[in-house]
Design a protein around this ligand. Sequence first.
Ligand code: NAI
Length: 218
Amino acid sequence: MAKSNSISPSVIKRLPRYYRFLGELQKQGVERISSRELSEKMKLTASQIRQDLNCFGGFGQQGYGYHVESLRSEIGRILGVDRNFETILIGAGNLGKAIAMHINFATRVCRLTGIFDMNPRLTGETVGNIPIRHTDEIADFCREHKPVVAVLCIPKANTQAIAEQLVELGIKAFWNFSHYDLSIDYEGIAVENVHLGDSLLTLTYGASHLIPPQENAE
Ligand code: NAI
């Protein structure tokens, strides 16, 4: 079994997709799958799959394929899913509320325990069953609960100040939806910047090559 830090970044990038597909197979009651079947489902070549999954060793067997549950749990371990990191979310607006529900009720990869917003009118509202607290309470909450992941759903202009405070309070990883690029400022902190708009632009690029201009002209 490979140590996760010996796996190349390009393989790590593909792991969440394997994890998701294997989870779907598990739900369907599939116990094992060949690299050919998995490649058909995932639209990757069978040799790409074999190469990727050989990084962990011991899962693919000639004539047997992959044991779905073991492979998924090993990939989950590498991805840190089993750590169930304690997480807080900052900015309980439209996006923050949707993301909070997604974290606790859809992915369950991290454990969201605190939601904070600077708007006092939101204090005391709940999202799922988690109360929204005022940002004044962040420091005390972090000292008591020691969250390590923070989700930022606040405007770009407010992001740097809150990120600095959170790093001082022990946050080690940011899932950053604000449009401020945090990775510029922090070494030794894991940052995943998410821009849904970039994904939409990739879609419109694809669509613009498929749909002749006159078809969507007004
Ligand atoms: P919203 O206006 O509904 O919510 C923003 C919330 O953040 C408000 O409740 C506000 O009081 C709070 N807030 C602002 N500064 C804060 C601070 N320093 N500490 C705590 N709370 C603070 O806006 P929405 O739609 O939820 O979007 C939030 C941000 O995410 C926006 O800046 C938007 O540009 C960005 N966004 C990013 C996307 C992405 O794909 N990365 C997609 C959609 C929005």
